[in-house]
Design a protein around this ligand. Structure first.
Ligand code: BV8
Length: 253
């Protein structure tokens, strides 16, 4: 992307009174966290993530699904924010009004210094009772439990039934309040920056679709393209490469 286009993009973001940043798995790819499109590894290579990330899969094989999340938690725990996360946090510091909405279940935006992150699909580091026996969500601190790592999922300390990761699985509804805030922001913002998402998963994908339908500038940072790249302003670069350049130009405006 030539410097003139980078500067124009930075100016558009600076001139927009309200910016929504919408991220997906690709924003964490350069931190070593595999995206959903990546082939699954090891035991799970023969499964599709969409098949494992469901309550049906958990009921059918709770140990397989729990152990898959423990594996992914390990990847996230070893990951560090990349230059793309850091650039987004910088935008939130320099711009008066940015709402960051993520589909990701890691906390790399928070680690990069983002002051507020709206998580549409939950937080992989959190554990809750599968039945929310004490109210929704019944969060449980795994570090306070003693359980046999081979005998998983561990039992809920309140009701003795399964624990599960505090993420939104396929075929589960998202939090109404979180979704309403994200859609309201999409209806009101003046520019949108989507980073590292294929735009396949709903209802999250409606966020950039609302921006595009309103005719506001929507920048799509994605080296391989998304379902919306043709309608958006597509930047075919890795987030960690292009976003620091945009923020360098932004800081000089
Ligand atoms: C629901 C948590 C109803 C779990 C996740 C409408 C149309 C079609 C289907 C549906 C629809 N409405 C509902 C559905 C069904 C389903 C769905 O969307 N199916 C699709 C896939 C066909 N949706 C649901 O089930 C949702 N629930 O609708 O409930 C309901 C109502 C009432 C009562 C009961 C039920 C729930 C969806 C949430 C699922 N949970 N995550 C977990 O993580 O384990 S979704 C999960 O997959 C991720 O969180 C993420 O959101 C999604 C993957 O999408 P992306 O983030 O975009 O990642 P992806 O890998 O696809 O793409 C990465 C991109 O990055 C790529 O394009 C790549 O090119 C790019 N990239 C790579 N490297 C870089 C990069 N970009 C920049 N820089 C780089 N370096």
């Amino acid at each position: 992307m030539d410097e003139k286009s980078v500067r124009e993009m930075a100016q558009t973001l600076k001139d927009a009174p309200f910016v929504v940043v919408f991220t997906g798995a690709g924003a964490s790819a350069e931190s070593g966290v595999p995206t959903f499109r990546d082939a699954l590894t090891g035991l799970w290579a023969k499964y599709d993530a969409q098949e494992l990330a469901t309550p049906q899969a958990f009921r059918a094989n709770p140990k397989l699904v729990w152990d898959w999340y423990q594996f992914r938690r390990g990847l996230v725990n070893n990951a560090r924010p990349n230059a793309g996360h850091i650039a987004i946090a910088q935008l939130q510091r320099l711009h008066p009004r940015v709402l960051l909405v993520t589909q990701n279940v890691d906390d790399l935006h928070e680690q990069a210094g983002s002051p507020r992150v709206l998580h549409l699909h939950g937080n992989i580091a959190e554990t809750k009772c599968f039945y929310d026996c004490q109210g929704e969500p019944t969060l449980v601190d795994l570090t306070e439990l003693t359980f046999d790592p081979e005998d998983t999922p561990p039992p809920c300390p309140h009701c003795g039934r399964w624990l599960r990761p505090n993420v939104v699985w396929f075929n589960e509804r998202l939090s109404y309040d979180i979704l309403e805030e994200a859609f309201n922001a999409s209806d009101r913002c003046n520019a949108m920056l989507m980073v590292g998402t294929s735009g396949v998963v709903h209802p999250a994908a409606r966020i950039p679709m609302i921006g595009l339908a309103r005719g506001i500038p929507v920048f799509d940072v994605n080296p391989h393209g998304s379902t919306l790249s043709e309608q958006a302003t597509w930047l075919p670069y890795p987030a960690g490469e292009i976003l620091p350049r945009v923020m360098e130009a932004y800081a000089q405006l």
